[in-house]
Design a protein around this ligand. Structure first.
Ligand code: ADP
Length: 493
């Protein structure tokens, strides 16, 4: 199976990244390309993307729908180490800014509705401009949720349905709700919003638009696909997701092992290590302790966390003033902790305060790619107390680096990390169920007790963790099946 696929996305590494979506789009594209599909990517030309290596292919690319018109330009680049074309939609008015969704990680540009409706619309006009017609329009998360709507609208105009739409939910917690007062957004009127079922209490809901109107929906793990059909995880969209469950599939994200593999990771040279030659990990633990200003110790377990510091990630359970586990865990146990992240101000402030107060806790408030690799390599345990986690990438990296994940049993974490059984066999990490500081603490203390009292089991778990294979191959195969199904559905309309 091979298809012509256009990925429509607000993020793709290495050009723009705020989270796992950016990794997924590029890695899946490469895997699909390598198995024979003609994959291309369309994304905005944000102000921080250099034009130096891009080719201007159209200085007057007009994006229009009905009475709406916007003069844009179109640039072309390549995904590094591949021949995959990346088309950049250039609009000084909408994209030439220093942020993706807003000036800071926790704020949004007021015209995001229009910015991303433009991108979704442009996808339909790209084919004509470059003389290439995708069979699959694969859009991702709320920014490109309108793409399936534009496709349906254009089907009506041209009565051609040779293509299908696939929409991937990376995180149901972000839905892109915009006032209808200022429509038309790139030709969208309140009548269209109503007719295509994406109104949401007098607003438009872009994520809902994608879910209601795409031929197939995917999300990034089987457990998350079930969870989002329930009230607890559905963020208000569970009834629609249940109704469309026949078209919804959960596929675990793979890992880009060119980037995240301790054997070849360029960030940890010269201490690269592997299952066959594991010694480098010890040197990297020392290096991490040194760089983070912690005591050099091989005997103490080193716990780590790298995260966006937002509610979803369990920051309340981690360090909520008065009830978070962090202070007590650091004070009452012979352990060390390293935390890297950015996000909610209260959390950054509290973590910094604790980092200054506690000798065995090092806190870095920044986005730091190098450090994230060193932490994965040098730590012994990796903490992900997420309230919900569509897939999660860090636990997958952790497994490969022999850094045992301690995770809440939810979404992709439940699908990829295995607790030791009654005989202490077959474990790759530690899991807990309840969203509470007590449950999280119990899991941390369990890991700690295994470290001190069952070191042979810990070694066995590390080996099994490093043996896990979450490469993109099998997941890309699953996507190909979804594309086939989507085309069958689309052609039957
Ligand atoms: P999400 O997409 O919800 O943020 P994921 O676990 O799926 O969570 O992906 C997060 C990605 O972002 C990982 O690649 C992780 O290493 C990276 N990341 C998050 N915060 C930081 C940070 N402060 N510095 C470096 N990398 C980070």
């Amino acid at each position: 199976m091979s298809y012509r696929i256009l990925m429509i996305t607000s993020e793709a590494v290495p050009f723009a990244k705020s989270g796992g979506l950016a990794d997924m789009v590029s890695a899946l594209s490469i895997e699909l390309y390598q198995s024979g599909s003609d994959v291309r990517i369309l994304m905005p030309l944000y102000g921080f993307i250099s034009k130096e290596e891009l080719k201007l292919i159209d200085p007057n690319f007009e994006v229009s729908y009905k009475n709406y018109k916007e003069n844009c330009a179109l640039y072309e680049g390549k995904l590094p180490l591949s021949k995959i074309p990346v088309y950049f939609l250039d609009s000084a008015k909408f994209y030439e800014r220093n942020g993706i969704y807003g000036p800071t990680a926790s704020s949004a540009y007021p015209d995001n509705g229009l910015r991303y409706s433009l991108l979704s619309r442009a996808a339909l006009q790209l084919g004509k401009r470059i003389d290439w017609n995708p069979q699959i329009f694969h859009s991702h998360d709320w920014p490109t949720g309108l793409n399936p709507v534009y496709l349906k609208l254009s089907d009506k105009e041209t009565s051609s349905s040779k293509c299908a739409s696939v929409f991937t939910i990376h995180n149901l917690g972000y839905q892109g709700r915009f006032s209808m007062r200022n429509t038309p957004w790139a030709g969208i009127t309140p009548e269209i919003v109503h007719q295509y079922h994406f109104e949401d209490q007098n607003r438009m809901n872009y994520l809902k638009a994608g879910i209601e109107n795409s031929d197939m929906i995917t999300t990034v793990s089987p457990t998350y696909a079930s969870e989002i059909q329930t009230k607890d995880f559905g963020h208000g969209l569970d009834p629609i997701l249940s109704r469309r469950s026949k078209y919804l599939k959960g596929i675990v994200n793979g890992v880009d092992y060119n980037d995240w593999n301790p054997e070849i990771d360029k960030h940890i040279v010269p201490h690269n290590y592997s299952l066959a030659d594991p010694d480098g990990k010890k040197a990297l633990k020392k290096q991490l302790q040194k760089e983070m200003g912690l005591e050099i110790s091989t005997s103490k377990p080193l716990f780590a966390m790298i995260s966006r510091l937002v509610e979803q990630k369990g920051i309340e359970e981690l360090c909520g003033p008065g009830n978070g586990v962090l202070e007590g865990f650091c004070k009452n146990n012979d352990v060390q902790l390293v935390i890297l992240g950015t996000g909610e101000k209260w959390c950054e402030t509290e973590l910094k305060r604790l980092g200054e107060e506690l000798d065995n806790l090092s806190v870095t408030i920044s986005y730091n790619d190098y450090l994230s690799h060193l932490i994965e390599a040098g730590a012994d345990f990796f903490m992900m107390p997420s309230r919900y986690e569509p897939c999660g990438l860090n636990q997958l990296y952790s497994l490969k680096y022999g850094t045992l994940p301690i995770v809440r049993r939810t979404g992709g974490l439940a699908d990829t990390v295995q607790a030791p059984d009654k005989e202490d066999c077959n474990g790759t990490g530690f899991l807990f169920d309840e969203i509470s500081p007590e449950a999280f603490l119990a899991a941390l203390e369990k890991a700690c007790s295994y470290w001190y009292e069952k070191p042979a089991i810990i070694e066995q778990m590390k080996i099994l963790a490093m043996e896990q294979d979450f490469s993109w191959g099998p997941s890309a195969e699953e996507y190909l099946k979804v594309y086939k199904e989507a085309l069958t559905i689309a052609s039957g309309k």
